[in-house]
Design a protein around this ligand. Structure first.
Ligand code: GLU
Length: 549
């Protein structure tokens, strides 16, 4: 009996060879320097900020080089697959304007290098496993899970290196006949790679961010095909897929760096060129006085839901991610304020090796800037979209009178130095609620008027103001002049400066008077420009509000 017999026993129906696949998925015809990259998440959880960083970097690398960006669904861990995760990945990418050139979603396959879902590639993997068995570089291993666990426990206790290598690889040299016999008897097995590496030997590996690194050779007989579902392990699928899909650059999480020796030996065994590897920086966050790794369990901002629920503009999230991805991104942005992010020349060397600090305050600043630059139509559109999903009441209000809503949103907007008051869409309602009668708080109780607190005085002030001074046709200067006159009439200094020079002579100053107007009309101490607010509210509405003192 030969290895070929063993391979045929295990894979009787696999007729295509690895050469066949080589012809089916030829080298891509792309211009010199074009990068072929992929975003390859596992649907074992919902897309997180680390995934987002990988996807964004990949997209930029492909766009900038005129290459290809594809999405591959790595669903080989079927037991841990989370419902809705794949859907969320595709929707999230679209939301952020990251458009894959090749993908498979909802039954649609785009691209010539698919299938792009690993569970649909099982036949391809089997051809490669079969090949390894035929050449004596893979074998069935009949150790039970319990036995493997026990080896691991003992290794841990004895402070030995973990894994199936050397004498722990019990089935490595099992005679072929015996292996075939066991298989025929229905014994369970996994297929392990037969390593030829020597752990005491080192090799040099050029990682794109960290530079030259020294690794020991792999000597682990790691599993390449699982027994329960005959699906490949990550390592093996990585080899097969990234070879056949002609990936040139692999951008992946920092946690994979320790697997480099395994991948190195796999690619060498097949004689394939390894892609270049960029291992992402860990994403860190400030937690009190310490800085730690962001956690999917502890930190809501680790998951991408957070940003859609809060209503951050997509561009703000992308900017924040790019800012931590490359140290010179902000500088580039300053000199290219209007360029799309993917025109940035991403350099793996400029990734922080010690981790990327993701700061929500910074995101807020970036976002405030971006929202402040939107015109009223854009902001209205974005807000409508967000409220449609997250705030039905506000959605109704915004849609009921589009013109009114847009006037409110346009306060201190569409000008050279726009107001930067919204970091996300969920903040908007809390800042303009008083403009809507159905949200209006009729109760005056509990509001702090600061200097002027006597309700009779307040009533007199506002009625005099609306009877004698207020005119909807006034421009801003005239309007303010009249507020000053009102102040004077009631014994308040028309200028703050005057008051400060001679506080004894006045009851307060014009600021105290406008605070009264502000609170009576808006119930807020801090608002955008009062003149604009008043002209949008309109006299009738304001008079009604004055009755509620
Ligand atoms: N499915 C792997 C993960 O989500 C992909 C790693 C890679 O990009 O190679 O971690």
């Amino acid at each position: 009996m030969t290895n070929k017999d063993l391979a045929n026993l295990i894979f009787p129906n696999i007729t295509k060879t690895i050469e066949d696949y080589e012809t089916m998925y030829p080298e891509r015809e792309l211009p010199e320097g074009a990068k072929v990259v992929r975003f390859a998440p596992s649907p074992t959880g919902f897309m997180h900020i680390g995934n987002m960083m990988s996807a964004t970097i990949n997209y930029v690398l492909a766009k900038k080089s005129g290459g290809v960006f594809f999405v591959r669904n790595e669903d080989t861990d079927q037991a841990r697959t989370v419902e809705g995760a794949v859907d969320f990945i595709h929707k999230t990418l679209k939301h952020y304007g990251i458009y894959p050139d090749e993908y498979e979603y909802n039954g649609e396959v785009v691209g010539n290098y698919g299938p792009y879902i690993q569970s649909e590639r099982i036949e391809i993997y089997h051809a490669y496993v079969k090949h390894l068995i035929e050449i004596g570089r893979a074998y069935p291993c009949f150790m039970s899970k319990e036995e493997v666990d026990e080896i691991r426990e003992n290794q841990l206790a004895a402070k030995k290196r973990i894994g199936i290598y050397g004498r722990f690889a019990r089935f490595r040299n099992l005679p072929i006949d015996e292996a075939m016999e066991r298989i025929k008897n229905g014994e369970k097995y996994v297929i392990r790679f037969k390593s030829m590496g020597d752990f005491d030997k080192k090799f040099i590996f050029e990682e794109q961010n960290k530079g030259k690194m020294e690794f020991p050779e792999n000597d682990l007989d790691f599993p390449i095909m699982k027994s329960e579902d005959l699906l490949p392990t990550y390592h093996f699928a990585h080899l097969v897929d990234d070879h056949l899909m002609r990936t040139t650059h692999v951008v992946r999480g920092e946690e994979w760096i320790s697997s480099v020796p395994i991948h190195h030996e796999l690619f060498k065994t097949f004689g394939y060129k390894m892609p270049k590897y960029i291992h992402n920086s860990l994403i860190l966050k400030k937690d009190g006085d310490t800085i730690r790794k962001i956690s999917k369990r502890k930190d809501p901002e680790a998951l991408m839901f957070y940003y859609t629920e809060k209503g951050y503009p997509a561009a703000a999230v992308i900017e924040s991610v790019m800012t931590i991805a490359n140290s010179n991104y902000e500088e580039w942005r300053t000199s290219h304020p209007d360029a799309p992010f993917y025109e940035f020349d991403f350099s793996p060397k400029k990734m922080s090796a010690s981790g990327a600090l993701f700061d929500l305050d910074k995101l807020d600043n970036i976002s405030k800037n971006i929202i402040s630059k939107m015109n009223k139509e854009e902001l209205y559109g974005e807000l409508l979209e967000w409220t449609r999903n997250y705030d039905e009441e506000f959605f109704e209000l915004l849609s009921a009178d589009e013109g009114y809503a847009k006037r409110i949103l346009n306060i201190e907007r569409e000008q050279k130095k726009p107001r930067k008051d919204y970091a996300c869409y969920s903040e908007v309602k809390g800042k303009i609620w008083y403009m809507f009668d159905s949200l209006w708080d009729k109760e005056m109780k509990g509001y702090e008027f600061q200097t002027i607190s006597d309700l009779d005085e307040i009533k007199k002030l506002v009625s005099t103001y609306f009877d004698k001074y207020y005119d909807e046709a006034d421009d801003k200067d005239t309007w303010f002049g009249k507020v000053k006159e009102l102040a004077k009439e009631f014994g308040y200094a028309p200028e703050v400066k005057e008051y400060k020079e001679n506080p004894e002579a006045y009851k307060g100053h014009v600021g105290d008077v406008s605070t009264v107007l502000r609170i009576v009309l808006t119930r807020e101490v801090m608002t955008p420009d009062l003149y604009e607010l008043m002209s949008i509210l309109g006299k009738d509405r304001m008079l009604k509000r004055c009755e509620q003192i």
